[in-house]
Structures are given as C-alpha cells and as structure tokens.
Design a protein around this ligand. Structure first.
Ligand code: CTP
Length: 199
C-alpha cells in the first residue's frame, strides 16, 4: 500500500518468538530475512492478506497488525499491456476490506488484537485513540510520521501505545526491536487481564 519496509512486523515476530510464542508472519511485498522460528505466509494483495488472516484467526491468541494495507484497489484491472496510443487511462478505484476491523468484529473475547496507526502531526495520538475505539481494538500503536528519522523505511520508531483499558505509554525514539518489546509487554499485560496464559 505504501513504502513501508515491513521492519516493524519483522521485529514484532522476532521478539514474540524470543518470548516463546508460536509465530506466524504474514508478509506482503517485502524482501526481509525471515525471523528464526516464525512460520511465514506470503501474500500480495489486500484480499490475500484478508484471507490469510481469516484462516489463522481461530488458532491465534494475538494479532499484531502492522501491515500497511492499501485502502483502495483498481476496480477494473486488465491482464494485458496498456498501449500508450489508447490515451491516458482513467483509473477507477474501489475500497479494499478493512481487515483489522473485520477481525476485531469476529474475534473471541480472549484474543488480543493490536492495530497500528501512522498519523500526521500534533493530533496523531487523538486520531489513534479514535481508531482504537472505532475498530474495537485492545491496543493501538501510534506513530507520528511527520517526524524525521522514524517510521517508514527507518530502523527506528517513536510511538505511543494506547490501550482500551485507558493506558497511554510513550516509547521514546528507539530501534524497532525495542519498540516491539514495549508492544509485547502491553500484549502480555492485556492477555493476563483477560485471564489468558502465556505457556
Ligand atoms: N488496516 C487493515 N485493512 C485495511 C486498512 C488498514 O487491516 N484495509 C489496518 C492497518 O494494518 C492498521 C490499522 O488498520 O493496523 C490502521 O490503518 P490505517 O490505514 O491507519 O487506518 P484506516 O482505517 O485506513 O484510516 P485512514 O487511512 O483514514 O487514516
């Protein structure tokens, strides 16, 4: 959907595996080294991502949705070459499915669902809070992409983790591995609060 590198997802997968979780990494359009111990499912489109998520949902305790999913796709893709002399094509778009919202609707009470929100500017945290509520998530990881040196294509990130039980934790600018650790600390806390075990 955008120039996201997939590094945050990889860091989360790696840190979860380090904490003895059984990890499935669903990856789209990224060329990253696979974290040790993770099962990897490759997808290419928002529709394939959605299908992979449905298939995995029932057997999962936690979903960490750091994928940058495109919100729209071409309504009429063609499977032939577009010739220049046919004129400038008009691209009509249609919405993709909001995978996270749908998962959050279908999930069991004991599952922990975490979204990510890349927002722009001073209202980032407020916008993130709106998404947390609207998508009915357990937590959302918000980053302000207007700041230099963090987020897309970067090794570092600086985030605020908001939870449905009202916590707000700021993670100062640090490597994505550290950010992943902070996110998983919150996940473990949320799981414990729901009565889940981490065995
Ligand atoms: N997401 C998703 N499916 C989509 C779009 C987004 O599952 N089609 C997920 C992302 O992986 C992320 C969260 O929803 O965890 C927030 O994504 P974002 O693009 O910020 O939210 P949108 O609902 O698309 O809102 P907007 O683009 O208007 O800010």
């Amino acid at each position: 959907g955008n120039r996201s590198s997939g590094r945050m997802g990889r860091a989360l997968a790696r840190e979860a595996a380090r904490r003895s979780a059984e990890v499935t990494l669903i990856a789209a359009n990224v060329d990253l080294e696979v974290p040790g111990g993770a099962r990897v499912l490759r997808v290419r489109t928002a529709a394939e991502l959605a299908e992979a998520c449905w298939n995995e949902l029932a057997a999962s305790d936690v979903l960490l949705m750091s994928a940058a999913v495109a919100d729209f796709r071409p309504a009429g893709p063609v499977n032939r070459k577009l010739k220049k002399n046919e004129g400038v094509p008009k691209l009509e778009l249609e919405p993709t499915e909001d995978v996270l919202s749908r998962v959050a609707e279908l999930r069991r009470e004991d599952q922990v669902i975490v979204g990510f929100a890349a927002e722009h500017g001073d209202e980032a945290v407020e916008l993130g809070r709106g998404k947390l509520e609207r998508k009915r998530l357990d937590a959302i990881v918000v980053n302000d992409i207007s700041r230099a040196g963090v987020g897309f294509e970067s090794e570092e990130n600086e985030v605020t983790i908001l939870t449905a039980d009202g916590r707000e934790r700021q993670v100062a600018r640090s490597r994505k591995e550290q950010v992943a650790g902070a996110v998983l600390d919150e996940v473990e806390r949320l799981r414990a609060a729901k009565g889940g075990t981490d065995g």
